[in-house]
Design a protein around this ligand. Structure first.
Ligand code: CP
Length: 306
């Protein structure tokens, strides 16, 4: 693995290797303060051109636990605002000794562009690009599913909501199908599903009550208003009426189904508080596992370059 840009095309062997390595970090007490030397002497730049709470912070924690020298650029205060191009910014940071870039960008493909132009030996991690991919989110979601459900071979997973604009859904679908999940369902209105969604190997449901029946895992997604150019279809109220995850609707899933959400949540729109904070919710576990999974990703990339 030279860069981590997408889960699409990643073989099951690599996905499992990252999940196993993350499990090793968890077993070693990584949710605590234990330090590792995997990135000692390495300089990592976090470039978040788009807002983030979970991804940015858990990457920083993971980098520090791996003993990296960590620099998180304040993009709003950087020379990007003076017209410097993305690649000029990258080349200047390489001149400062960068070994790894973690990049989030509103434009789909930006981390791929960077990966094409970095010096040999420099790794790029996609922390979410436009509506395209969010591979570390998908990996931490796979970790969470495996943690609570054992493995993927007998699972029925439902992803509910705005699939069309969701880089998370796309990355989850690729990871789930590669890992052998036999039934991945997407549930949403036609306006929020990609036209070619069936080609991703999923079952499509427009009716939430049908789609939720007997599933083992429910993943709720928010409406990605920032990618809709002002045309929110359906409205938040309509969405909640037909697709909002309520306690009553959740009873259609298996009694031991887990509820996931990548965050940020819009309570009362795609998910009710009674579900988000309920006994089946593993939403905060996802966040915690994100640290070990991101450690595993960066450790794997660094090892490939050693
Ligand atoms: N899930 C996720 O990417 O959250 P943030 O936008 O807060 O990083």
């Amino acid at each position: 693995l030279i860069h981590l840009l997408s889960t699409e095309g990643l073989p099951a062997r690599i996905l499992r290797q990252i999940l196993d390595r993350a499990a090793g970090f968890v077993a070693a007490g990584e949710q605590g303060e234990k330090k590792h030397a995997d990135l000692a002497g390495k300089t990592v730049f976090n470039l978040f051109f788009e807002n983030s709470t979970r991804t940015r912070t858990t990457f920083e924690i993971a980098q520090k636990r791996l003993s990296a020298d960590v620099h998180s650029l304040n993009i709003q205060a950087s020379s990007t605002a003076k017209g410097e191009t993305l690649l000029d910014t990258i080349h200047n940071l390489e001149a400062m000794g960068a070994d790894m870039f973690v990049v989030r960008h509103a434009e789909s493909g930006a981390p791929f562009l960077i990966a094409k132009h970095v010096r040999p030996g420099v790794a790029v991690v996609n922390a979410g690009d436009g509506r395209h991919a969010h591979p570390t989110q998908a990996l931490l979601d796979m970790y969470t599913i495996r943690h609570f459900k054992g493995d993927f071979q007998n699972l029925r997973v439902a992803i509910v909501g705005d699939i069309l604009h969701s880089r998370v859904a796309r990355s989850q679908i690729h990871a789930l199908t590669t890992l052998g999940c036999p039934e991945v369902r997407v549930i949403g209105p036609k306006t929020l599903l990609p036209r070619d969604v069936e080609q991703l190997g999923v079952q499509v449901f427009h009716d939430l009550t049908e789609g939720l029946r007997d599933v083992d895992v429910v993943i709720a997604l928010r409406l990605q208003n920032e990618r809709m150019n002002g045309a929110l279809l359906p409205s938040a109220n309509e969405f909640n009426q037909f697709y909002g995850l309520s306690r009553e609707r959740l009873t259609l899933a298996k009694p031991d189904a887990i509820v996931m959400h990548p965050g940020p949540m819009n309570r009362g729109v795609e998910i009710d508080s009674a579900v988000a904070d309920g006994r089946q919710s593993v939403i905060l576990d996802q966040v915690t596992f994100g640290i070990a999974v991101r450690m595993a990703v960066m450790s794997t990339l660094s090892e490939a370059r050693a």
